[in-house]
Write a protein that binds this ligand. Structure first.
Ligand code: NAG
Ligand code: NAG
Ligand code: NAG
Ligand code: NAG
Ligand code: NAG
Ligand code: NAG
Ligand code: NAG
Ligand code: NAG
Ligand code: NAG
Ligand code: NAG
Ligand code: NAG
Length: 655
């Protein structure tokens, strides 16, 4: 009747139409409330079935009032006087009901119109009754997630021919998955995840042509992935992760052209990743980490997977280069290929054009070469545990991890490892600017060798000093009047045992530096700054704060006598000459290491200057020309003349 009024008035003016609309709305409301009143169970069988269910589950009168209309109970929905939907999840039990909770839903068998039963999160300890499959013929949705259900799935469940959604995840279901489920042709969602199912994935699942979501993750399923899954052409979500599935990924999976998410991680899958997976045109998220997949990724694999946002291949045995096409997927936000054997250099240009703000983890592979792309555009990038070389990237702050590479910065691989890696592959390695020796100390084995070397050397030096001292004593006694000594360093006359009293004495000799400054000037005495072992200490090149180059002699008192540097300081406090390398400063604050800072002479020492050190093609060294040699000789003679004759007291210096 309402429809008649509405249609006869429909040609009136705007205002009229509005009025009619209001009337229709009011009528509609009345009609609806009338309908609601009409909704009542007119089947006495169903009414008593619900009452039995109420007591068997121990539901409270507050939710399911015994005197009220059952169709208005919380979670109950009726249609045409019959119960069609029941949701007990979220309902609470009475005290009595809590006392003996059970999977007691037998009376559901008399609700023959029931299309939806949801008990997710409702405690139902017990097994799924066998009659479910025979009696609940109208059932379309069964949700028993997180309900503490135990035992196997009765194979009769395959008889629920109308079923479209079956959720049984987060329970303690055991046994094998019945292949009869493959007969439920209208099934669209099948979620059996987080149970204890064993055995194979039924190959009959290939007939579930309407399936959009299949989740069998976190069980104990074994055997291969059935190739028939490739026939599930409507599948959008497939997770078989966290099982014990073996063999290779079937090529047929590539037929799943509507698949959005594929999760095969945490299995024992092996073999190659098939090129056919390039058919997963719609794929957004690919998780295949934690398997034993080997070989290289097929070059064409990613060329058509332009929708990919997430690619996780971590902890496999993949090798070869990362396909170039991977870098041109603009939607890629998360890439984790860590802990594989991927190798090769990264393409700089393509990486620069890819999206910003992505999270990339390429750690623990064998990637190498220069880092020529911008790191700051990633919200996080982990390149640790590879063999990248070159200078420390300028944009390496933030979420950038570069440890354990061959870069010119801290916390890198040892020089030997890096050299070996590059030499084995016949690749150019910028050896001269290689990482510091410090990283060598990481390896315990190497540490032992080094300690043996150091203590062996120390022993030798001590022996040498003792021998020298003895020799000198003998000579001093023999030639008492003679000046000078066999000492290695410039020494003052008489070899006086009463040494100067310390800093007061040397304060006039150049600038006084702190130990931190010494470390800073020489990049922590890195190997690249090392010049050579001198007679009285190791020589390092360094740069003062202003950038002025200097030579720093490091006198380690464990190896050299204290006198050596004190004599030198005393000497420089007294004399200076144009032919002597000027002393610029010193650092004496460290207990066992003392430092002398000299002007840096770019031409190196005498030995080096006599030869220009240009190796010709035949390997010979080219000599300095004679004019230069003459100049060198005159300069050296001037210095000696000064030491022997002009300086008081005169000095003898042994080269
Ligand atoms: C119950 O009510 C519906 C309409 O609401 C009606 O179609 C059906 O015939 C009734 N059944 C019985 C057994 O009265
Ligand atoms: C179903 O209803 C019939 C008739 O009322 C009754 O005899 C039977 O016990 C009920 N079955 C269950 C499982 O409640
Ligand atoms: C079952 O009920 C829970 C809680 O109300 C809800 O989150 C879930 O979506 C329901 N399941 C289905 C299949 O509708
Ligand atoms: C998918 O479901 C429709 C009904 O929704 C049904 O007609 C069709 O047969 C099903 N397809 C398959 C392959 O089972
Ligand atoms: C899968 O589909 C192919 C053709 O698309 C068909 O030949 C094959 O029999 C199907 N397999 C199963 C198990 O249904
Ligand atoms: C994929 O499966 C693993 C293992 O079950 C799980 O930890 C991970 O959360 C899954 N990923 C997604 C996106 O569901
Ligand atoms: C890739 O996509 C293009 C166009 O979308 C199509 O022509 C080509 O056949 C696809 N290649 C593969 C291997 O699927
Ligand atoms: C990588 O390859 C080396 C040999 O080339 C092998 O020893 C190592 O186990 C491989 N690592 C992985 C994670 O596959
Ligand atoms: C990268 O992956 C490794 C494991 O393969 C992990 O240890 C590391 O934390 C990851 N890096 C970041 C930044 O998440
Ligand atoms: C890396 O960069 C250096 C210059 O910084 C260059 O000499 C070298 O050829 C580069 N190596 C590669 C593999 O591109
Ligand atoms: C570092 O990475 C985390 C996620 O791993 C992200 O939330 C955070 O914004 C990143 N920080 C910067 C400075 O990019």
């Amino acid at each position: 009747m309402t429809m008649n009024i509405c249609s006869t008035e429909s040609h009136k003016t705007m205002e009229g139409q509005l009025g009619v609309f209001m009337i229709a709305l009011v009528l509609l409301l009345i009609f609806q409330s009338g309908l609601a009143q009409e909704v009542s169970l007119n089947s006495s069988i169903e009414r008593s079935a619900l009452l039995v269910l109420r007591s068997s589950l121990g539901l409270r009168g507050k939710d399911w009032p015994i005197k009220g209309e059952p169709c208005k109970w919380v979670g109950v929905e009726c249609q045409n006087g019959r119960v069609i939907r029941i949701t007990v999840s979220g309902l609470r039990r009475t005290h009595e009901g809590k006392g003996k909770p059970m999977f007691a839903v037998d009376s559901l068998a008399n609700l023959t119109s029931l299309i939806y039963f949801n008990a997710s999160g409702f405690y139902l300890p017990g097994s799924i009754p066998d009659w479910f499959g025979q009696r609940l013929n109208a059932l379309q949705v069964l949700d028993l997630r997180s309900a503490s259900i135990i035992g196997p799935i009765p194979s009769s469940l395959g008889g629920l021919s109308r079923l479209t959604e079956l959720y049984l995840s987060h329970n303690d279901l055991t046994g094998s998955i019945p292949s009869s489920l493959g007969q439920v042709e209208e099934l669209s969602v099948l979620d059996l995840s987080q149970n204890s199912f064993t055995g194979l994935i039924p190959s009959d699942f290939s007939s579930l042509g309407n399936l959009t979501r299949l989740d069998l993750s976190s069980n104990f399923l074994s055997g291969p992935i059935p190739p028939g899954l490739g026939n599930l052409s409507r599948l959008q979500f497939l997770s078989l992760s966290d099982n014990s599935l073996a063999d290779s990924v079937p090529v047929q999976l590539g037929d799943l052209s509507r698949l959005l998410e594929l999760n095969l991680s945490k299995n024992s899958l092996s073999g190659l990743l098939p090129l056919e997976l390039r058919g997963l045109r719609s794929l957004r998220r690919m998780y295949i980490g934690d398997n034993s997949i080997e070989g290289s990724l097929p070059e064409g694999l990613f060329s058509n997977l332009s929708q990919l946002q997430v690619v996780v291949l971590r902890r496999n045995k993949l090798d070869g280069a990362l396909p170039v096409a991977l870098w041109s997927i603009l939607s890629l936000q998360f890439l984790d290929v860590s802990s594989n054997n991927f190798t090769g250099a990264l393409p700089s240009l393509s990486l620069d054009s890819s999206v910003t703000g992505a999270l990339f983890n390429l750690s623990n592979n064998m990637l190498y070469g220069n880092l020529t792309f911008s790191l700051s555009k990633f919200s996080s990038i982990d390149l640790s545990g590879n063999y990248f070389q070159g200078k420390k990237p300028e944009d390496s702050q933030g979420n950038v991890t570069l440890t354990k590479n061959c870069l010119q910065m801290e916390n890198q691989r040892s020089l030997q490892d890096c050299r070996l890696f590059y030499v084995e592959r016949d690749l150019p390695f910028e050896d001269s600017m290689a990482p510091g020796l410090k990283s060598d100390w990481k390896s315990n084995k190497r540490l032992i060798f080094i300690l043996v070397g150091v203590f062996g050397g120390l022993f030798f030096i001590v022996l040498l000093i003792v021998v020298l001292l003895v020799l000198r004593k003998i000579r001093d006694k023999g030639i008492a009047n003679q000046r000078g000594s066999a000492n290695v360093r410039p020494v003052p006359e008489g070899d006086s045992p009463s040494l100067p009293k310390g800093p007061i004495f040397v304060s006039g000799v150049g600038e006084s530096f702190s130990y931190e400054q010494m470390l800073h000037f020489t990049s922590d005495f890195s190997e690249s700054n090392f010049i050579k072992h001198g007679h009285s200490g190791d020589l390092f090149k360094g740069f003062l704060e202003g950038g002025m180059p200097v030579v720093i002699k490091k006198v380690d008192l464990r190896f050299f006598k204290k006198e050596s540097y004190m004599m030198e300081l005393e000497f420089f406090a007294k004399v200076s000459h144009v032919r002597l390398v000027p002393l610029l400063g010193h650092c004496l604050e460290h207990e066992s290491k003392k430092f002398l800072v000299y002007k840096y002479l770019p031409n190196g020492d005498l030995e080096n200057s006599l030869h220009r050190y240009i190796s010709l093609e035949d390997g010979r060294l080219q000599s300095q020309d004679w004019i230069t040699r003459l100049k060198i000789a005159i300069g050296a003679a001037e210095a000696l003349a000064f030491l022997h004759h002009e300086c008081t007291p005169p000095l003898v210096h042994r080269y």
